[in-house]
Design a protein around this ligand. Structure first.
Ligand code: SAM
Ligand code: SF4
Length: 346
């Protein structure tokens, strides 16, 4: 009799061919913003009095699950949930629970999260149970006063407790810090030693010109080329060949043995290997963080319960993925892109 023998390894699920953009890049990574709201107001990200979107404009949790699942059926292997602050969205764990079925089936390699950490203590254990392996926590300072000033309201202790809870649950935590001129630049070496001392990777991010905010961006901008030179005076930085298809470039810090990433959209171009697209909380699919072109998937999702038109709209949008962005920090500090990072998802 023909048929699988019992001692054969189980058949791996067939992998769908990924969507390929006009520049031959396979689109395997989707970042999804699940809310534009946040419990913090970081000075480089939001204005003090942000106007948030009405609820009806947001994709429902069911619509988010549906659209993510269509992407996964079209070859997306990695999903990052972001915001705004994803963990402030009501019932957000319902979405994580639902999407974790794709980890279980092997259709998805990774489901991950970018968070400010304020609600992590409550959710870390369940996220780990659902199959999440790692997450990014954004933290720009270890000084409680400075933390309150940068976030305009946050309590550093709560975030540190969240990080501890995530580590205790076995999640690998990466610390993302935006380098801010005159604000946290002196603290970066100390933060690096702290993060690596706890076995956490760290990535430094340059301020990007996204969305209107009150402070002048040119005043906030701290070139990471300068930061890297300064770190090199204290640490031995060995460049690593690691590439994630994203904007980060990595070094190993020999003294700590840890990895440090630099995200430098303004001083270096990272577009040639871009494997990602971004979905906003209102269902707009942006093919590039730095360009205005987007496809309205919400309209397609709401027009029919059939997933076919959604898959077609996604495939059509990918044919419009541009070669790259053209951010420039203008002295006038007019944003290159008017939407905030919290809408598109960082
Ligand atoms: N609230 C979550 C958090 O803070 O991690 C997720 C959303 S937040 C928009 C994602 C990332 O974008 C954060 O690491 C934040 O520091 C970064 N970010 C926000 N605005 C930025 C800007 N104008 N330039 C560079 N990074 C920015
Ligand atoms: Fe909120 Fe994250 Fe933006 Fe800070 S960076 S205001 S935590 S969305």
């Amino acid at each position: 009799m023909w048929g699988p023998r019992t001692d054969d390894p189980p058949l791996a699920p067939a992998r769908p061919a990924p969507l390929i953009d006009p520049f031959q890049r396979a689109i395997t990574y989707l970042r999804v913003s699940v809310t534009d709201r946040c419990d913090l107001r970081c000075v480089y990200c939001m204005s003090e009095d942000m106007a948030f979107l009405p609820k009806r404009d947001l994709l429902t949790l069911e619509e988010l699950d549906r659209v993510c699942s269509v992407f996964i059926a079209r070859g997306v292997r990695k999903l990052r949930i972001t915001g705004g602050e994803p963990l402030v969205r009501r019932d957000i764990m319902h979405l994580f629970r639902g999407l974790s079925r794709h980890l279980g089936s092997g259709a998805l390699d990774e489901m991950t999260l970018t968070t400010n950490g304020t609600r992590l203590k409550a959710h870390a254990a369940e996220l780990a149970d659902l199959g999440m392996r790692r997450l990014n926590v954004s933290l720009d300072t270890l000084d409680p006063e400075k933390f309150r000033a940068i976030t305009r309201r946050g309590d550093l202790r709560v975030v540190l407790d969240g990080i501890e809870a995530a580590r205790a649950a076995g999640l690998k935590v990466k610390i993302n810090a935006v380098a801010l001129k005159g604000v946290n630049e002196d603290e970066i070496p100390g933060m690096l030693a702290w993060a690596h001392g706890l076995g956490m990777e760290m990535t430094l991010i340059e301020v990007m010109p996204l969305g209107d905010i009150e402070p002048d961006r040119a005043d906030q901008f701290m070139p990471l080329s300068v930061m890297r030179e300064r770190l090199a005076e204290r640490f031995t930085l060995t460049p690593l060949p690691d590439r994630t298809g994203g904007p980060a470039r990595y070094v190993r810090v020999e003294e700590t043995g840890g990895r440090l990433g630099f995200i430098t959209p303004l001083t270096h171009n990272f577009c040639e290997s871009c494997n990602r697209v971004r979905l906003t909380c209102t269902g707009k699919l942006y093919m590039c963080l730095g360009q205005e072109d987007a496809a309205d998937l919400r309209a397609v999702l709401r027009a029919s319960p059939d997933d076919g038109p959604v898959a077609d709209a996604i495939a059509e949008a990918i044919t419009r993925k541009p070669k790259g962005h053209d951010f420039v920090i203008a002295r006038a500090s007019r944003p290159a892109v008017p939407r905030h990072m919290s809408t598109t998802g960082g």
